[in-house]
Design a protein around this ligand. Structure first.
Ligand code: ZN
Ligand code: FE
Length: 255
């Protein structure tokens, strides 16, 4: 049985996620932006946390943890590479490690770029990946610590997951990302359709996250650095995709 995944809006534009296994009762929280909405969601569902999976050390992904643990003394898991700047960890993980939630394997992927040490958690049986500030809906995280080639390698790894994988990312930045995306990919019909859908979703007050990997691969300019039509628009025909990615990221930073 796939895990039940619940999106929990936090702060002004963050998302945390709960992944619940009905059979065992185990529940994982992915990132802890603030305690209030997460505790309320757990309460409403009658769920008790067994695990917390942290993606990276930024305050808007960890600051709620201490208050959550007071009520839910769960096992806290995060990147070994970031153990010195994450809250205290019960288990340190690295690329290729596997943890289990309700008997389902959760694969740890190093997706450095936004920070060095950022990890994603992939649940192959539930067809979901928790990407926080690496791959985002129509975007990717800013390169605060890593290099463009590093982020390109991280995104390429994520892009290789099955198309029907649910992409559970960390922020509601999708409308702003869309305004930029159309400037580098103006002839993409799937992108135009997605922008129409995003506007309707946000007008209804609903989250645009999670998305699917198929949709991201078709419309997210940061995953389309291999596409000849984007190369042409950027005047980078036959350029290395990592260089095209770097150019797209630089343009987004100036946008
Ligand atoms: Zn961040
Ligand atoms: Fe963030």
């Amino acid at each position: 049985m796939p895990l039940e995944i619940v999106t929990v809006p936090c702060l002004s534009d963050n998302y945390a996620f709960l992944a619940h296994d009905a059979a065992s009762g185990q529940t994982a929280l992915i990132d802890a932006p603030e305690s209030g909405p997460i505790l309320a969601e757990l309460d409403a569902r009658g769920w008790t946390l067994s695990h917390v999976l942290l993606t990276h050390h930024h305050w808007d992904h960890v600051d709620g943890l201490a208050a959550i643990l007071e009520n839910h003394p769960a096992k806290v898991i995060g990147a070994a590479a970031d153990a010195h700047r994450l809250p205290p960890l019960d288990q340190q993980v690295s690329e290729g490690d596997v943890v289990e939630i309700g008997g389902e394997p959760v694969q740890v992927m190093d997706v450095s770029g936004h920070t060095v040490g950022h990890v994603a958690y992939y649940m192959p049986e539930s067809r979901a990946v928790f990407t926080a500030d690496s791959l985002m809906a129509l975007g990717c995280g800013r390169l605060f610590e890593g290099t463009a080639p590093q982020m390109w390698a991280s995104l390429s790894k994520l892009a290789a997951l099955p198309d029907d994988t649910l992409v559970c990312s960390g922020h509601e930045y999708t409308q702003a990302n869309a305004q930029f995306a159309i400037t580098v990919d103006p002839n993409n019909a799937a992108l135009r359709q997605r922008i129409t859908d995003i506007e309707a979703t946000r007008a209804a007050g609903k989250p645009t996250v999670p998305s699917t990997l198929a949709l991201e691969k078709a419309t997210n300019p940061f995953l389309r650095a291999t596409d000849p039509s984007i190369h042409a628009i950027l005047g980078m025909e036959n350029a290395d995709p990592a260089a095209v990615f770097a150019e797209i990221r630089a343009r987004k930073d100036r946008f």
